[in-house]
Design a protein around this ligand. Structure first.
Ligand code: HEM
Length: 340
C-alpha cells in the first residue's frame, strides 16, 4: 500500500508539470521559479542540517568496530575495521564512501536443518544490497556530473571526456550512456528488493519508496527525452544557461518532457535535506565511523562530569549493601565474616 501511495504522489508530480508547463503554458514558472526556489531550499536545508549535526557533542569514543583492536605488539591489529589513528580512520572512511565496505559485509539470517532435521540458525553473506547500491550510486553520480555540460559554456574537458567514455558502447542513436543503464538498473533492483523481500517490505515506509520512485521517474523522464522524444538540446541548453546567468527567457519549442524532468528534480532537491537521502552528508559525520578507536591509549574525561559526584566502586557498593545482599542470597565478593 505504501508503495502505491508513493507511486500516486510521483504520478501526481508528473501530471502537475505536464498540465502546468504544457497545457497552462506556465513555462517560466516551471523553468525558473520552481527550480531556483528548490535549489535554495536544498542548499540552505543541507547546510543547516550539517551544521546542526556537527554541533552535537560526542564526548566518548563510540566507533563501531569489526576486528582486532590495537593491543600487544604480537597481536595483529585490523587497521581498517578497528583504526586507532587518524590516517587509518581516513582510510576506513574512504573505503566506506567509495566502496560501501560495510554493506559488503552484510549478512542475512537463515534457518537450515541438519540431517536430523534440527533447525540451525546461520548467518550467510548477502552481497545483493551492496551490488545494487554500487550500481545505483555510481550511475547517479556519473549522470549528474555529465549533466554539467548543460550548465557550462564552454564545456570543460573532463566533462567532455566523461561524456565520451560513458557513451563508448556506441549503441543506438543517440548513443546509449552506460551510466543510464547503471542508474536505471540499480534503482529498479533496489525497488524490487524492497517490494519482493517480505521482511524488507514489512519495515518499508513511504519515506523508503518515495525517493526510489522519484529517482526512477527522473531517470525515465531523462531517458524519454533523449531516446524517444529526442528533444532539441540546444534550446534546452538556452533555458538552463538562462537559469545560471539569471536571464529568464524560455525559447519556443522546448518539449514538455523537459519541464516534467526538471519539476521532478526540483521535488527531489526540496525533499533531500529532510529525508534519509541526507546520508550523503551524514556519512562523513557519523561518529561510529569517523572516530579512531584509541580508548586504550588516550584517557577520556566526560566534559559533563560533575566533580561533586564521587566515583562509587563495586567494593564500596558491596560494603554499603553487604547485609541485605547476603540476606537476599546474592553472590558476594566478601562474605560478612570476611569483611568483618
Ligand atoms: C538529480 C538530478 C538528475 C538526474 C538523476 C537526471 C537524470 C537524467 C537521465 C538518466 C537522463 C538520460 C540521458 C542522460 O543520462 O544524459 C537525463 C537527460 C536529461 N536531463 Fe537530467 N537528470 C537530473 C537533473 C537534470 C537537470 C537539473 C536538468 C536541467 C536543468 C536536466 C536536464 C536533462 C536533459 C536536457 C536531458 C536530455 C539529455 C540529452 O538529450 O542528451 N536534468 N537526465
Amino acid at each position: 500500500m505504501k508503495a502505491i501511495y508513493s507511486l500516486i504522489m510521483v504520478l501526481a508530480l508528473v501530471v502537475i508539470a505536464t498540465v502546468g508547463a504544457g497545457a497552462a503554458k506556465m513555462q517560466t514558472i516551471f523553468a525558473y521559479c520552481i527550480p531556483g526556489t528548490a535549489f535554495i531550499i536544498f542548499l540552505v536545508g543541507f547546510v543547516c542540517k550539517i551544521i546542526s549535526w556537527a554541533k552535537r557533542p560526542v564526548p566518548f569514543r563510540i566507533p563501531t568496530t569489526g576486528g582486532q583492536q590495537q593491543s600487544l605488539d604480537w597481536i595483529t591489529q585490523n587497521k581498517w575495521d578497528n583504526p586507532s589513528t587518524g590516517p587509518q580512520t581516513a582510510m576506513r572512511m574512504l573505503l566506506e564512501v567509495l566502496a560501501f565496505r560495510s554493506l559488503f559485509r552484510n549478512t542475512k539470517l537463515t534457518l537450515r536443518h541438519d540431517d536430523g532435521k534440527n533447525p540451525i540458525v546461520a548467518y550467510v553473506s548477502a552481497k545483493w544490497l551492496w551490488l545494487f547500491a554500487i550500481l545505483f550510486h555510481y550511475g547517479f553520480f556519473i549522470v549528474v556530473v555529465r549533466h554539467m555540460r548543460l550548465f557550462m559554456q564552454p564545456v570543460p574537458l573532463p566533462i567532455e571526456f566523461l561524456d565520451w567514455s560513458d557513451s563508448i558502447l556506441q549503441i543506438l542513436t543517440p548513443t546509449i550512456y552506460i551510466s543510464d543503464l547503471l542508474l536505471l538498473g540499480g534503482v529498479s533492483l533496489l525497488l524490487l528488493r524492497r517490494l519482493f523481500d517480505a521482511k524488507i517490505r514489512y519495515i518499508s515506509l513511504v519515506n523508503d519508496y518515495f525517493p526510489l520512485l522519484l529517482i526512477l521517474a527522473i531517470a525515465v523522464s531523462g531517458v524519454y527525452m533523449r531516446y524517444i522524444a529526442k528533444v532539441d538540446i540546444m534550446s534546452i541548453k538556452d533555458v538552463v544557461m538562462g537559469l545560471v546567468t539569471f536571464n529568464y527567457k524560455v525559447p519556443a519549442g522546448v518539449d514538455t518532457s523537459f519541464f516534467v524532468h526538471l519539476f521532478l528534480v526540483s521535488t527531489l532537491l526540496v525533499y533531500f535535506p529532510f529525508s534519509k537521502l541526507m546520508h550523503m552528508g551524514g556519512v562523513f559525520l557519523s561518529p561510529t565511523r569517523n572516530m579512531p578507536n584509541d580508548t586504550r591509549m588516550v584517557h577520556y574525561e566526560n566534559v559533563w562530569n560533575d566533580p561533586n559526584v564521587k566515583p562509587h566502586s563495586y567494593a564500596a557498593y558491596e560494603d554499603e549493601f553487604r547485609e541485605p545482599m547476603f540476606e537476599a542470597g546474592l553472590p558476594l565478593e566478601k562474605s560478612p565474616e570476611e569483611a568483618a
